[in-house]
Design a protein around this ligand. Structure first.
Ligand SMILES: C[S@@+](CC[C@H](N)C(=O)[O-])C[C@H]1O[C@@H](n2cnc3c(N)ncnc32)[C@H](O)[C@@H]1O
Length: 226
């Protein structure tokens, strides 16, 4: 009996030692990986790698990296723009297609343009899953290269960096027809005068996000004062 108990105890001790060794090994691997992601110069290899992945299948000029609008903000953008069944809605840089799907659900003919092929594929899947594939179209292109699509829009949505907006602003001013509504998430279009700025309550971490609404051509007449 004593011998059996001793053998059992020995086996448990051995298993505990093996478990501990595995945990320590895992910890070392994690520490080495995290250390590896930061180069001696302080930049992050992980960030570089993600940027590289993100750029795969991308065309044209990068007006913003991908970052989805919060769903509350996306819904509010469409509400602020007043998207309805008679509108052609366009999201410049449509990401996973969430605004386009919402606009198609509101009855609009909805179009998304994105420079990243993987996102265009994901957006098409999302539209199919939402049952709006017949009203939601996604184009893989640099939005700056397809004025014949952009000029059809009655409502344009953008969520781009300030640098991206300073490129897109003059392009839209040239291409859009009078009466077109433009809504921008978070950042104002440089040099444009908004008709309204709506603050969207997101959550405690994000706080409040502005949504800018512009009307063509009033947006670019006179001093913007932004
Ligand atoms: C911040 S995300 C916004 C995604 C989406 N509109 C939303 O609000 O959820 C910006 C998107 O713009 C796309 N983009 C950047 N430059 C572009 C360009 N020149 N033409 C088309 N899409 C572009 C990016 O690939 C990215 O998906």
């Amino acid at each position: 009996m004593t011998r059996i108990r001793a053998a059992l105890k020995g086996s448990i001790d051995r298993r505990t030692r093996i478990d501990t060794a595995f945990w320590l090994l895992g910890l070392v691997v994690v520490i080495v990986f995290l250390r590896w992601t930061v180069t001696p110069g302080g930049s992050s290899r992980l960030a570089d790698f993600l940027a590289w992945v993100q750029g795969q299948g991308a065309v044209g000029e990068n007006l913003s990296d991908y970052m989805p609008s919060r769903i509350e903000t996306a819904e509010r953008m469409l509400e602020v723009a007043g998207v309805g069944p008679d509108d052609v809605f366009l999201d410049i840089g449509s990401g996973d297609g969430r605004l386009v799907v919402l606009a198609a659900r509101a009855g609009a003919e909805a179009i998304g343009i994105d420079r990243q092929e993987l996102l265009v594929e994901r957006a098409r899947d999302n539209a199919a899953m939402a049952g709006v594939a017949d009203r939601a179209r996604f184009v893989h292109a640099d939005a700056l290269d397809v004025p014949s699509i952009v000029e059809r829009a009655d409502v344009v949505a953008v969520f781009l960096t300030i640098a991206g907006l300073s490129v897109v602003g003059p392009y839209l001013a040239e291409v859009l027809h009078p009466g077109t509504i433009v809504v921008s998430n978070t950042f104002a279009v440089p040099g444009w005068r908004p008709e309204s700025v709506t603050m969207v309550e997101v959550d405690r971490r994000w706080g409040r996000t502005p949504v800018y609404r512009y009307r063509v051509p009033e947006a670019f007449a006179g001093d913007a004062g932004d």
